[in-house]
Design a protein around this ligand. Structure first.
Ligand code: PLP
Length: 398
């Protein structure tokens, strides 16, 4: 045997996946016949809206759609996303040079980082964060620096500024995501104004992942970084149809903004793929055309689930804040269990309450005092989870 997997350079840089431990335990419990309420992974449970599915069926029957498509996305789809930006944010984008379709924000973001970072280039990412934001830098042999997200906002920008002043070589990239997974933190446009000014001053590229643009509650509307005048000089934004349109398995998203960065992504993708299956692109255009009605309904469902979970846990003696966006709740581990850390606590919740949650440490060490609930089961099941947790807290904490 001459193949030694310890010599697989990029694979060696990837640590074991923390979420897998809880996931394996969940599978074992289910095999034993236990009824586990799964609020672990952010995998939407609701069906893709009917007009989108119907369009896919119609398009799939046409042989001309069976050929290789275009890696950057067909023109009409790119036009669809630029219209969406115009209507939603009043932001004008050129579908030819400032928009690229991607097979989900995760694929696009990691390939963009690969296309733009040289080995050793410094990139800043908040901690905790959605894992690919860090691992895209690691997979590109970049020099990953994490900044505690803390309360976000100005506090985060100050920390970033301190870090930028002390690091050499100067950082090349910052990756942000608001509304934020996992903390559910949100920002206003003023935050992006300060970030764009900051990135301009220090000549840093900015990638903003707006995966939760469409899931907002209580009148909150998530801003786009591209609403800031001049943001296009240094920033791109990723949008995903996975969450707001219940299309996670379809793998559709977009990268828009700075033409040089978009072009880098278009170029690297032209070497790697032939584009999404064309019927999916055609159906995605319909999703964007019906954006308002689809996302209003999706947000309504998550908001009701949020209220069931937050009210229920608060009543059970587990205080947590009501998120203003995303499909998650970010819950500080209750005092009697804090010594366990998030992984052991998540295992306890699985064993004692029959509820799967994500340990915060999976998103970075500064997440270790929290667990994340994904609102991906119906209200009835969420109430079942709340009852299981309430009983667990009585038994184990008392
Ligand atoms: C912040 C963030 N970005 C991207 C993704 C993945 O998006 P996509 O399905 O478009 O790859 C997720 C999924 O959980 C996410 O939370």
């Amino acid at each position: 045997m001459f193949i030694d997997d310890r010599s697989f350079h990029r694979i060696q840089r990837l640590p074991p996946y923390v979420f897998k431990e809880v996931d394996d335990l969940k599978m074992q419990a289910r095999r034993r016949g236990e009824d586990i309420v799964d609020l672990g992974m952010g995998n939407p449970d609701r069906p893709t809206p009917d007009p989108v599915v119907q369009k896919l069926v119609e398009a799939v029957a046409k042989p001309k759609n069976h050929r290789y498509s275009v890696s950057r996305g067909i023109h009409k789809l790119r036009r669809g996303i630029t219209r969406w930006y115009e209507e939603r944010f009043g932001v004008s984008l050129d579908p030819e040079t400032e928009a690229c379709a991607v097979m989900g924000a995760k694929e696009g973001l990691s390939h963009l980082v690969m296309a733009t970072l040289a080995p050793g280039d410094v990139a800043f990412v908040p901690n905790p964060t959605y894992p690919i934001h860090s691992y895209s830098v690691i997979l590109s042999d970049g020099d990953l620096r994490t900044i505690p997200l803390g309360a976000g906002g100005d506090e985060f920008i100050e920390r970033l500024e301190q870090a930028v002043k002390t690091v050499w070589p100067r950082p090349k990239l910052v990756i942000l995501n608001f509304p934020h997974n996992p903390t559910t933190g949100v920002v206003d446009l003023g935050f992006f104004e300060r970030m764009v000014a900051f990135c301009r001053e220090y000549r840093i590229m900015l990638i903003h992942d707006l995966a939760y643009a469409d899931i907002c509650f209580d009148g909150y509307r998530a801003p786009s970084v591209l609403q800031v005048p001049g943001a296009k000089e240094l920033a791109v934004e990723f949008v995903s149809l996975s969450k707001g349109y219940n299309m996670a398995g379809w793998r559709v998203g977009f990268c828009v903004g700075n033409p040089q960065m978009v072009n880098a992504l278009v170029r690297i993708k032209s070497y790697l793929d032939y584009g999404m299956f064309q019927p999916i692109q055609i159906a995605a255009i319909i999703a964007l055309e019906h954006a308002d009605e689809i996302t209003r309904e999706v947000s309504r469902v998550y908001q009701r689930r949020r209220d069931k979970l937050v009210n229920g846990l608060n009543r059970a003696g587990w205080p947590l804040e009501r998120p203003r966006a995303t499909m998650y709740a970010w819950a500080p581990i209750p005092e009697p269990f804090q010594h366990l850390g998030s992984l052991e606590f998540a295992k306890l919740v699985l064993k004692e309450a029959k509820v799967a949650v994500s340990p915060g440490v999976g998103f970075g060490q500064f997440g270790d005092d929290h667990v994340r609930f994904a609102l991906v089961e119906n209200e009835h099941r969420i109430l079942q989870a709340v009852h299981g947790i309430r009983d667990m807290m009585r038994r184990c904490a008392g």
